[in-house]
Design a binder for this molecule. Structure first.
Ligand SMILES: [Zn+2]
Ligand SMILES: [Zn+2]
Length: 134
C-alpha cells in the first residue's frame, strides 16, 4: 500500500498517511490565508485511522467561515502548519500538502471559497467544481 510521510520543518512532529487521500483541495478563505501566509491552503483529506502521528502538535481552535469548529495543528517549535481537523468531518484529517516530504503526487481536485481568491492567486484549479467548505 502507498504510504506518504511528512512533518514539520524541525522534525519534532512527523506523520505517515497510508493509502490514498479521499480527496485533495485548496481553500482561499481568510483563515487559510492567515494560516499559510499566502493566498490559499492546500490539503489532502485522509481517513483519520490511516494516519499515524509522532510527536505532539500544538492546536489552535478557531471557527471556520461557515461557523463550524476547526482545530488547526502546527509545530510549537518551528511553526510549520501541519493539519486541520473538524467535528464536522470527524473521520477525516486534512494534512497540509506542503508538510509532505514529497507532495508532488497529491493534486488538488476541489477548491473551497474560490470567491475569496485574491487577484494574484488565480490558479488552474479554479476551473474545478466547487465542493463543501471544510
Ligand atoms: Zn517543527
Ligand atoms: Zn479555508
Amino acid at each position: 500500500m502507498t504510504a506518504r510521510d511528512g512533518g514539520c520543518a524541525c522534525g519534532a512532529v512527523r506523520f505517515r498517511a497510508e493509502g490514498d487521500p479521499r480527496f485533495a483541495f485548496v481553500c482561499h478563505c481568510g483563515a487559510c490565508r492567515r494560516k499559510t501566509g499566502t493566498g490559499h491552503a492546500a490539503s489532502a483529506a485522509y481517513p483519520r485511522d490511516a494516519v499515524t502521528i509522532t510527536g505532539t502538535a500544538r492546536v489552535y481552535p478557531r471557527p471556520a467561515p461557515a461557523g463550524h469548529a476547526v482545530d488547526q495543528a502546527f509545530c510549537g517549535t518551528c511553526g510549520s502548519p501541519l493539519w486541520n481537523t473538524t467535528p464536522r468531518a470527524e473521520t477525516l484529517i486534512m494534512l497540509d500538502l506542503g508538510a509532505f516530504d514529497d507532495p508532488s503526487g497529491l493534486t488538488p481536485g476541489r477548491v473551497f471559497h474560490a470567491e475569496d481568491a485574491l487577484p494574484w492567486d488565480r490558479q488552474p484549479w479554479h476551473d474545478h467544481p466547487q465542493g463543501d467548505a471544510t
